[in-house]
Design a protein around this ligand. Structure first.
Ligand code: FAD
Ligand code: GLY
Length: 393
């Protein structure tokens, strides 16, 4: 039996691949599957507009996963019988003043140097695509290949696909500890019971480093990065927006097929705190209103906060550890929905064949144990600071 700790998008997607390959797999989920960071997310599949200088090692991995998304969505839908609302309308990054225009021009230049396909639009052209954008929008970048999926529907569908493929899902079941002899994994402990297994995949999101029994040198350096969000209800049949919009200070708006307009997100170093704050919600609403004034009268239907599993360099941590049978699939930070297809393929292949795909070699735990610099080169100071650290990408 293969044990997976954590029933988020990552644990479920890997579990589904392994179960479909005929392996006996149990996903242990201490609460309800798909209800942690996976539920909180915006579902953007947007490696281009979210690309940051210094992330050049991560970018090809993100683009590879994005290329798998259309097929992955179709497969999950076929396997579960449930829609995931994968949408290909594309993403607009808009500028609402002169400083913002300079900022997005810099961004366009940077992305063009990386060879990414983007279009520059005037404010008028942007409003032709999205008539509800503010009159102050002076320019925009259109990224046709940055798509979105309804991450909540995805979680429900993946859960169904996993169970239909024969996977065992144990919800409400916390893994209290890893059991091993110092060289190899022999099981997991649930309450007072040891459950024998020779392979354990840690996919416990922001909680991945907290599992008792993981040797210190195999413990993934993952921390929670809080994100506050809210949802507005667009008029049924007359949605305010069709594209995903990125506005000022890292504000984004994601229109769903069911009429919900997701507005996000703060980026806060607050440990495991998920309190909603007046300041966080105010900033989101103000930035959203400045970008699309028509949101003013929309009903506010939900507010929430989730915990991104941030790694020390903001890239995922995948593959084997020096402890035989212990495999990591965590640290996906702001891109776990985007990276689900490639993570599932690569980790399942590793478990089935013992071969780690070349694409994943920059993302093993080894990079933290054998090097002092960052592979991906960002967030060198990650893990410090407090408050609404940066709203942006
Ligand atoms: P989770 O979904 O958190 O799942 C981990 C699971 O492990 C949880 O269900 C937890 O209960 C369980 N668990 C923990 N410990 C144990 C234990 N000991 N025993 C049993 N179970 C345990 N990504 C994108 O690609 N696009 C986006 O637009 C996007 N937007 C985001 C917006 C916000 C506000 C946030 C918070 C995140 C966003 N993300 C986005 C990131 C994405 O949500 C995460 O990277 C992804 O969901 C991580 O998935 P996961 O399965 O690793 O973690
Ligand atoms: N990827 C969007 C977020 O993490 O907020």
């Amino acid at each position: 039996m293969i044990a997976i700790i954590g029933g988020g998008v990552i644990g479920l997607a890997i579990g589904w691949r392994l179960a479909a390959a005929g392996r006996a797999v149990t996903v242990f989920e201490r609460a309800e599957a798909g209800r942690a960071s996976t539920w909180a997310a915006a579902g953007m599949l947007a490696p281009q507009v979210e690309a940051e200088p210094g992330e050049e090692t991560l970018l090809p991995f993100l683009l590879d996963s994005r290329a798998r998304w259309a097929g992955f969505a179709a497969e999950v839908e076929a396997a579960s019988g449930l829609a995931v609302d994968y949408r290909t309308d594309g993403t607009l990054v808009v500028a609402i003043d002169r400083d913002e225009r300079v900022r997005i021009q810099d961004r366009m230049d940077y992305l063009a140097r990386l060879g990414l396909a983007l279009d520059w639009l005037s404010g008028y052209e942007a409003r032709q695509r999205e008539p509800h954008l503010a009159g102050t929008v002076t320019a925009a970048i259109f990224s046709p290949l940055d798509h979105q999926v309804d991450n909540r529907k995805l979680a429900v569908a993946l859960r169904a696909a996993f169970v239909r493929a024969g996977g065992a899902l144990r919800e409400g079941t916390e893994v209290a500890a890893l059991v091993h002899d110092g060289a190899r994994v022999s099981g997991v402990r649930v309450a007072d019971t040891a459950i024998a297994t020779d392979t354990v995949i840690v996919a416990a999101g922001a909680w991945s480093r907290n599992i008792e029994g993981i040797p210190d040198d195999c413990r993934p350096p993952v921390r929670p990065v809080k994100g506050q969000m809210l949802a507005l209800a667009m008029p049924p049949g007359a949605p305010l927006l069709r594209h995903v919009i990125w506005g000022r200070k890292g504000l984004y708006m994601v229109p769903r097929t069911d009429g919900r307009l997701i507005v996000g997100a703060t980026v806060e170093e607050m440990g495991f705190d998920t309190t909603l704050t007046a300041g966080g919600q105010f900033e989101l609403l103000r930035n959203a209103w400045e970008t699309v004034p028509g949101i003013y009268d929309l009903p506010l239907v939900e507010s929430w906060a989730g915990l991104r599993p941030g790694s020390r360099d903001d890239a995922p941590i995948l593959g084997p550890t020096r402890l035989g049978g212990l495999v990591l699939a965590t640290g996906h930070h702001r891109n776990g929905i985007l990276l689900a297809p490639i993570t599932a393929d690569i980790v399942a292949e590793y478990v089935l064949s013992g071969r780690l795909a070349a694409a994943a070699t920059p993302f093993t735990l080894e990079r933290f144990t054998h090097r002092t610099d960052n592979v991906v080169g960002v967030a060198a100071a990650a893990g410090v600071g407090a408050g609404v650290a940066a709203e942006g990408r």
